[in-house]
Write a protein that binds this ligand. Structure first.
Ligand code: GRF
Length: 213
């Protein structure tokens, strides 16, 4: 998917504070994202932290407010147009709080990944860290997965586990999971750009091949 020398063009979509975006920006600055290359950050919330971080990093940005569109399909079509216009080859959802339509996913087949703050398939949806804490699990964590039309249900690419400590509260646990997200997401983006991530024929299991030494 990457043309010789140019690297894989990555578009990041976000709705919130953008700390995962920042991790990608920092990884790129440190040479840890190549051959992936951040080319644009899109948001559905004007003024969100992610857009401010993107501008500070001098990345191209766009904001499409979903409320301005008559339907989910129309919003997603505008999103796909904005990403294709920048030559985006890999879409990374980094706190993007919208479900994507089959139409959008067909425009980027097996080229949309998401970071989720739980060990999927446990605790999909929102407030996963709080759900895990309240359920009393001993291992929480985060997952990077390919996106399908369901809620956090696509093939799992990588996970990082975070022990839940006896003296944790929801916020401390959320922050420790977030710290792992910031390592896992750039590593997976790089692996995809290096062509090391494959989905098995059953379409459910994704694997990362070891990096060349
Ligand atoms: C993260 O916890 C991510 O896993 C979830 O949304 C949150 C985004 O945080 N999908 P940030 O905007 O990257 O700080």
């Amino acid at each position: 998917m990457s043309s010789a020398g140019a690297g894989t063009r990555v578009g990041v979509l976000a709705s919130g504070s953008g700390t995962n975006l920042q991790a990608l920006i920092d990884a790129e600055a440190g040479g840890a994202l190549a051959p992936a290359r951040l080319v644009v950050v899109g948001a559905n919330v004007a003024g969100c932290g992610a857009i401010a971080r993107a501008r500070a990093a001098r990345l191209d940005t766009f904001v499409l407010e979903h409320r301005a569109y008559a339907s989910r399909e129309a919003f997603d079509e505008a999103l796909a147009v904005a990403l294709h216009a920048r030559g985006v080859e890999l879409v990374v959802l980094a706190g993007f709080m919208r479900l994507l339509t089959p139409g959008f996913l067909a425009a980027f087949p097996n080229r949309v990944v998401n970071i989720h703050p739980s060990l999927l398939p446990a605790f999909p949806g929102v407030n996963s860290q709080a759900q895990a804490f309240r359920r009393g699990v001993k291992l929480a964590g985060c997952t990077v997965h390919f996106v399908d039309a369901g809620v956090d249900s696509g093939p799992i690419i990588a996970q990082a586990a975070v022990p839940v400590l006896d003296d944790d509260d929801e916020e401390r646990l959320r922050l420790r999971i977030l710290a792992e997200e910031h390592k896992l997401l750039p590593a997976v983006v790089r692996a995809i750009a290096e062509g090391r991530v494959a989905i098995d024929v059953d379409g459910r299991r994704a694997r990362i091949a070891p990096a060349a030494r």
